[in-house]
Design a protein around this ligand. Structure first.
Ligand code: AMP
Length: 424
């Protein structure tokens, strides 16, 4: 089949790498793609916000499956538009994508279906929100509704900090004034991510991962889109995975079906593993980036039939096989990220780095200039290692990082520290 991937990051490079390896894949396209994806797929300069253009391209190239990577086109309804045009698409509809697009919607769904999550209230006015915060005390978590690229959450250590966050969000500090905020209890525990493939009726477990959101070593500095990740997450034992499926993922899939918005695609549950069990922090409606990269490295089965089965509502008796190995990815970013950064610096040594045993390099923000690879974004490369343990995967990834010559780039040197410490 001819397949089109939408997106341009490390997640989409990992998907392209896996999909290109499928015997079912005839011709693979990616829009808009990047310099690394261009080694696996033909990259096309489509504007993903222009659904008509995407549909016209898919028709012209006889695309039989569109795989949507990022959340923005999902929340904008690209799957609805593609399917209405008769083109099969993997991912949730706009209606189901509210699980990521609206925190209030997700919290209400959890409350109505007994899905464990932090106690909360929704607010449209700063005054009432502040009264609630004062009554509850700190620590407390303030969240703006809507997609905010990870910046819409403040874990406030004091009431004053929570009040400042409320003013900031309603005052337009996130770009435009929040129309609603959610205030919730602060959960204590260890965070993990869990991924499941859903077909509207049922779901099958993918795998777990842990990521590092802060920019600097020791989990310090501002939040980013993610500076590295590894899979599996040691805290996600088979028993814990079962609980997450039974208590969180499957009730969500059933609830959405009942609400007339069946969820098809990847459900990414951000979890806090507390002493009372798993609690849902948030949902995303697509693969995580950089978690997807480590998941794809661990997946033994062909991804394409799984995506089709999810789209077709046929996951019931589906099974996926995984390598019994750990995978870890180190994100290399342009100096200055997550603040302002330059573009166009030259990256060398990628071929040598890729020769390290068990290493795979996925591109995030790169562009080709003849035979040269230039940095073209904040997060630029995902240097991934596989190994029998997280420690071995980590050692291989950093061995490859050290072969890359890119003076304008940087990375954390401690990705996976928690798991490595556990293994010791
Ligand atoms: P979110 O965008 O909802 O994933 O939140 C971003 C981060 O804020 C999470 O990864 C957590 O580290 C933290 N966070 C969000 N909600 C809570 C909560 N209720 N309790 C503790 N930490 C939270």
């Amino acid at each position: 089949m001819n397949i089109l991937i939408l997106g341009s990051g490390g997640r989409e490079h990992a998907l392209a790498w896996k999909i290109a390896a499928s015997p079912l894949t005839d011709k693979l396209y990616c829009a808009p793609g990047n310099a690394g994806i261009a080694q696996e797929a033909e990259c096309i300069g489509l504007d993903l916000a222009d659904h008509k253009a995407v549909i016209a391209f898919a028709r012209d190239k006889k695309i039989e499956l569109v795989v949507v990577g990022p959340e923005a086109p999902l929340c904008a309804g690209i799957v609805d538009d593609l399917e209405a045009a008769g083109i099969k698409a993997f991912g949730p509809t706009k209606w189901a994508a509210r699980l990521e697009g609206s925190k209030g919607f997700t919290k209400d769904l959890c409350r109505a279906n007994n899905i464990p999550t932090a106690a909360y209230q929704r607010f449209k006015q700063a005054g009432a929100a502040k009264d609630y915060v004062r009554a509850k005390g700190a620590p407390i978590v303030v969240k703006a509704d809507g997609l905010a690229a990870g910046k819409g959450v403040v874990v406030a250590g004091s009431v004053a900090e929570a009040e400042a966050a409320i003013d900031m969000m309603f005052g337009g500090g996130l770009g435009s004034p929040a129309w609603e905020i959610v205030i919730e209890d602060c959960l204590i525990g260890e965070e993990a991510s869990f991924f499941a493939l859903c077909d509207g009726e049922t779901a099958i477990a993918l795998a777990s991962a842990q990521d590092h959101k802060r920019v600097f070593d020791g989990d310090k500095g501002p939040n980013t889109g993610g500076m590295g990740a590894y899979s599996p997450a040691p805290i996600m034992t088979p028993a814990m995975e079962r609980r997450v499926m039974d208590e969180i993922v499957l009730p969500t899939v059933r609830a959405l079906k009942k609400a007339g918005a069946p969820f098809k695609g990847v459900l990414f549950a951000g979890l806090m593993i507390t002493d009372k069990g798993p609690q849902l922090i948030e949902y995303n409606v697509r693969f995580g980036d950089p978690e997807c990269q480590v998941l794809m490295l661990r997946l033994m089965s062909d991804l394409v039939p799984a995506l089709i089965a999810a789209r077709d509502g046929q996951l019931k008796n589906f099974d996926l096989r995984w390598y019994d190995e750990a995978a870890l990815t180190v994100v290399m970013a342009t100096k200055g990220y997550p603040g302002a950064y330059g573009r166009g610096s030259v990256i060398e040594g990628l071929d040598q780095a890729a020769k390290v045993e068990g290493v795979e390099i996925f591109h995030a923000g790169t562009v080709a200039d003849g035979s040269r690879i230039l940095a073209n974004g904040g997060r630029v490369l995902n240097v991934c290692g596989r190994g029998k343990t997280v420690r071995e995967a980590q050692a291989r990834a950093y061995q490859a990082v050290d072969r890359i010559q890119w003076p304008d780039g940087f990375c954390r040197r401690d990705i996976g520290w928690r798991a490595v410490e556990r293994e010791r």
